[in-house]
Design a protein around this ligand. Structure first.
Ligand SMILES: Nc1nc2c(ncn2[C@@H]2O[C@H](COP(=O)(O)OP(=O)(O)OP(=O)(O)O)[C@@H](O)[C@H]2O)c(=O)[nH]1
Ligand SMILES: [Mg+2]
Length: 276
């Protein structure tokens, strides 16, 4: 159910009880304290009964629409995907590959997840479905990244998508390994990685903010992908994230299928949150 219908049922007037009810609904939808306060102050309780006012307040907090993915001056463009375990990284790589292919760009998938048994095979299966070249199976993530670069250069591939292992943001060894992948890419190709996207699961709520902060400290992130918004009543977490870290949301994941990835549009997102 959209926010607005819930608010409209509960918030009957410009009274303190109405404000408290509205506050609770926004916090339950994971807007976080700061964004909740900003919204309530901006539009007042009366505005909560006005879907458009609420939508604009939310959209404004979300900032401008996402820029398209950066492209290398000289191919390949390298896009690195990282995040904690199970957020949807590998699926996002496949979905992104599909989008790029639909734009007429050739992609190579690189399985720099040498950590979890089965991870390489999982990405390989996607590559087969996408009919995209694949590099993986080396013993070390940085070696996969290097091989993928070379393969893409020699085959004239436009974009390399690098999948990495899920790692807890507190796992220093794995964070070091991620840094090494970035160093190797940067050393062997100008500007690489051209995009480093952190994948966050919308369902984890405020914890996503902590994840974003730690990863952003480890490597220069260029944006966020927020997944599993299809199953989540917690869409407000995207608003909280935007306020807490200065990284744009580039895409949102809305399902398990190849087509379920959308470029992030604050207006569309705000409308969905508010109207349901
Ligand atoms: N509903 C829904 N499920 C998703 C979405 N994105 C990924 N998933 C599912 O989430 C599960 C984990 O996805 P993976 O892509 O394997 O996640 P990962 O981050 O690569 O996992 P690790 O490599 O183990 O860290 C799978 O069952 C996916 O189908 C999404 O946007 N919506
Ligand atoms: Mg994975």
């Amino acid at each position: 159910m959209g926010l607005w219908s819930r608010l409209a049922r509960l918030v009957t007037g410009n009274d303190p009880a109405g404000r408290a009810a509205a506050e609770r609904i926004l916090l339950e939808a994971d807007f976080g304290v700061a964004a909740t306060e900003t919204i309530l102050n901006r539009i007042g309780t009366k505005g909560l009964r006005d879907a458009e006012a609420l939508e604009s307040a939310v959209a404004e907090l979300l900032g401008p629409p996402a820029a398209p993915l950066a492209r290398a001056e000289r191919p390949p463009t390298v896009v690195l995907i990282c995040g904690v375990n199970g957020t949807g990284k590998t699926t996002t790589v496949a979905k992104l590959a599909r989008r790029l292919q639909q734009d007429g760009r050739s992609v190579l998938l690189a399985a720099a997840d040498t950590f979890r048994a089965g991870a390489t095979l999982q990405l390989k299966i996607w590559a087969e479905r996408l009919n995209a070249p694949f590099v993986g199976g080396e013993s070390e993530p940085a070696a996969v990244a290097f091989d993928a670069l070379q393969a893409a250069q020699s085959r004239g591939i436009d974009t390399v998508l690098v999948d990495t292992a899920g790692r807890l943001h507190s796992d220093e060894r794995l964070i070091e390994e991620l840094k090494k992948v970035v160093r190797v890419l940067a050393k062997h190709h100008a500007g690489a990685p051209h995009e480093s996207l952190l994948v966050l699961d919308a369902g984890v709520g405020q914890n996503a903010v902590a994840q974003a902060r730690v990863f952003a400290q480890a490597i220069p992130l260029t944006g966020l992908v927020v997944t599993k918004l299809d199953g989540s009543a917690k869409g407000g977490s995207v608003v909280a994230l935007r306020g807490a870290v200065s990284l744009p949301v580039r895409f949102v994941g809305t399902g398990e299928g190849l087509e379920d990835l959308e470029p992030f549009d604050p207006r569309v997102y705000a409308r969905r949150l508010v109207q349901g």
